[in-house]
Ligand binder design. Sequence first.
Ligand code: MN
Length: 283
Amino acid sequence: MKLCRFDADQLGVVEGDVVRNVTSVLQELPACRYPLPRGDLLIRHLPELRPAIEAALPAAPSIPLADVRLLSPVANPGKIVAAPVNYQKHLQEARDDAEIHHQNQVEEIQRVGLFLKANSSLIGPSQPVVIAHPERRNDHEIELVCIIGKTARNISREQALEHVAGYCLGLDMTTRGPEERSLRKSIDTYTVLGPWLTTADELTDPSAIGMELRVNGELRQHANTRDLIIELPDLIAFASRFYTLEAGDVLFTGTPEGVNRVAPGDIMLASADGLGSMEVRVQ
Ligand code: MN
């Protein structure tokens, strides 16, 4: 199932080039009062809600996909975890290019671990990436993103994928410079998720997903998740030894080679096998 959030927080199921509006199902989510539970309520309750979504589909109104404004498929992640330099060729390009490494020693992911992006940086594909510091280099980073489906800590690699609700594309937008990653990659609008959540039952093997990113039509990044240094099950296991992973948490798996600058006016087109494609403006 391909679940999207669109327009004014509507819930949709993407079928080909239409969106079926199943927003009425959201009424079945539990009502919450202060203090609100951390994390994404829809993702947490998706297993119970799914039969209701399927039951609503035959009578659900259809809207052309081209006519909806897609928002981040996860509305309220508890946290956004990200893997730095998780492809060998990107590690090499980062070490070779002073404009990327800025005198920081670029270490392997096994040594440097993970980092967090601020939730306030999250947008969906219909919203533009707004360059905050145009005098500096601002880069695109396309990544496979996994959305955690249930709460757990110390997850084994063997059971890791059982904790995944689904997948989507991510853009880990980055201002290059000497500061910590979590500062440079947490600027408002610098985390793009979309175009929708493809549930894990539809994408059972995330270990060989081809993806590409074009800027103004020019191919910039073209890669496959089979080249990940730490593959997804190990990445989930690794993250869960530090953080409790909760339903709705977002995990960026790292970007492949080909990162490069974007500027206001550019159009980024990101696509991946089985996950769809999204066009994102830079402003
Ligand atoms: Mn990244």
